[in-house]
Design a protein around this ligand. Structure first.
Ligand code: MTE
Ligand code: CO
Length: 429
């Protein structure tokens, strides 16, 4: 690992954190002193008093037949941006990254992107057709697919348009909007290779057409090599059946590749010898360059990271002292090997601490702990993957790609932390 030769702003954290209220001071006194009005809560509910919720029996089992988060967490929801939404059906909602931790996105909070709204598929009527350049065309029911050998794999799924509004400069107020078109869940399904082996490929087979069962009938062309490598035909996420908005009952999982390829409500796979021509609206995911040319077939999502906390929607609530930065990193080319953090706009870098599993092509959770002197900060994170790829700055990307593109913006994000703890989206030159 590289040792940073530059002086750094921060000290190593001390073993004791010195941030807890001392019990000997009398917590009621502390609470009374700092008060209800200061967001410290109601002192009557705090030690040594008996709180409201300890005074009577609570609801019994099965009142909540399907659980949901505490009502005090009701702000942790998917959100959309009104001016980005052409219609409710052709739109996007964003994952509340600033309010989450760990590697896995909860099922109710996965960002959604639909071109023709959510298809409500009856699993009894569901069929998956596999035909084209195969020895034996096949039609699968959902039960047929569930009877095949199963695999469990966690993968991130990122829309190519994630961070797309940031190409021309800092724009949206919060990582939910700048980076929230990514999620990571544990998929259960069958490998596409298993299905193709059942049908038997003709020798001239080279490309696959994946078709969705929504009103858009979204289709994408998938190279056979990728199909045989790690593509899944998934029906579960985090153990549950897929939710309707994410493709119930079956979707394609194309690890590391742009989410547009991850066809939802998958109903047809056709094997051919060349890519198909697709309808513009749903499938022309090309990157327009400065010279008017466009990059096409840019399937892989390059390494990227973002600090999720603090961030504009998750300001710091203290004004100095021990502070934990947290964020996520991912790469479509494999495993994340390292994440660095800067507190001064990219002048000095320190290695972040990765905690939790480091899966292939999945979200990784990192932390950086430091003693904040209470001054202004320009915080950034920079991901590296096992191929040696280093996440570029936004200006480095603009030099190569200009600013006309919407897609594949994996530049380093900067947040400005003010002395008040408030955070805003900025750029450094
Ligand atoms: N599949 C179908 N059938 N229809 C769609 O509109 N949108 C694609 C992809 N698969 C889409 C689809 C795009 S652009 C993205 S970003 C992902 O689905 C979003 O997946 P999610 O809604 O599960 O997050
Ligand atoms: Co997309």
């Amino acid at each position: 690992m590289r040792k940073d030769p530059m002086p750094t702003l921060d000290r190593e954290p001390t073993r004791r954190l010195f941030l807890w209220r001392s019990l000997t001071m009398g917590s009621a006194a502390v609470a009374a002193g700092s008060g209800f009005a200061n967001g410290m809560g109601n002192p009557d509910n705090q030690p040594p008093n008996v709180p409201d919720w300890s005074r009577s029996l609570g609801e019994g089992v099965a009142v909540r037949a399907y659980g949901k988060p505490s009502e005090f967490e009701k702000n942790v929801i998917r959100r959309d941006v009104e001016w980005l939404t052409a219609s409710r059906e052709s739109s996007v909602s964003f994952t509340p990254l600033h309010a989450l931790d760990g590697n896995i996105t909860p099922n109710g909070l996965l960002f959604e992107r639909h071109h023709s709204g959510i298809a409500e598929v009856d699993p009894a009527d569901y069929r998956l057709m596999l035909h084209g350049l195969v020895d034996k065309p096949l039609l699968f029911t959902l039960d047929d697919i569930k009877r095949m050998p199963r695999v469990n794999r966690p993968y991130f799924c990122e829309c190519a348009a994630n961070s797309g509004m940031e190409w021309r400069g800092a724009q949206l107020d919060g990582c939910q909007y700048t980076h929230g078109m990514v999620h990571c869940v544990m998929y259960t399904g069958v490998t596409l290779k298993t299905l193709l082996d059942e049908a038997g490929l003709k020798t001239n087979a080279k490309w696959l057409l994946l078709e969705g069962g929504d009103a858009a009938a979204m289709t994408r062309s998938l190279p056979l090599q990728k199909a045989l490598d790690d593509v899944l035909i998934a029906y579960r996420m985090n153990g549950e059946m897929l939710y309707p908005e994410n493709g119930y009952p079956v979707r394609a999982v194309i690890p590391g590749w742009e989410a547009n390829m991850w066809v939802k409500w998958l109903r047809r796979i056709e094997v051919g010898d060349q890519p198909w021509h697709h309808r513009e609206e749903t499938s022309k995911y090309t990157d327009l360059l400065e010279n008017g040319k466009a990059r096409q077939f840019t399937y892989v999502m390059d390494a990227k990271s973002v600090i999720t906390c603090p961030s504009p929607q998750a300001p710091l609530k203290h004004n100095s002292g021990f502070t934990v930065l947290s964020g996520i990193a991912w790469s479509g080319r494999g495993k994340i090997s390292r994440v660095d953090v800067s507190l001064d706009g990219g002048r000095n870098w320190r290695s972040a601490r990765i905690d939790g599993p480091v899966w292939d092509k999945a979200l990784v959770r990192f932390y950086y702990e430091f003693d904040w002197d209470g001054g202004e900060l320009l915080i950034q994170s920079r991901a590296m993957d096992e191929t040696g790829y280093v996440q570029p700055t936004k200006n480095e990307l603009r030099k190569i790609r200009g600013v006309n593109s919407v897609y594949h913006n994996n530049g380093i994000q900067t947040w400005h932390v003010r002395k008040t703890g408030e955070v805003e989206n900025v750029e450094v030159s």
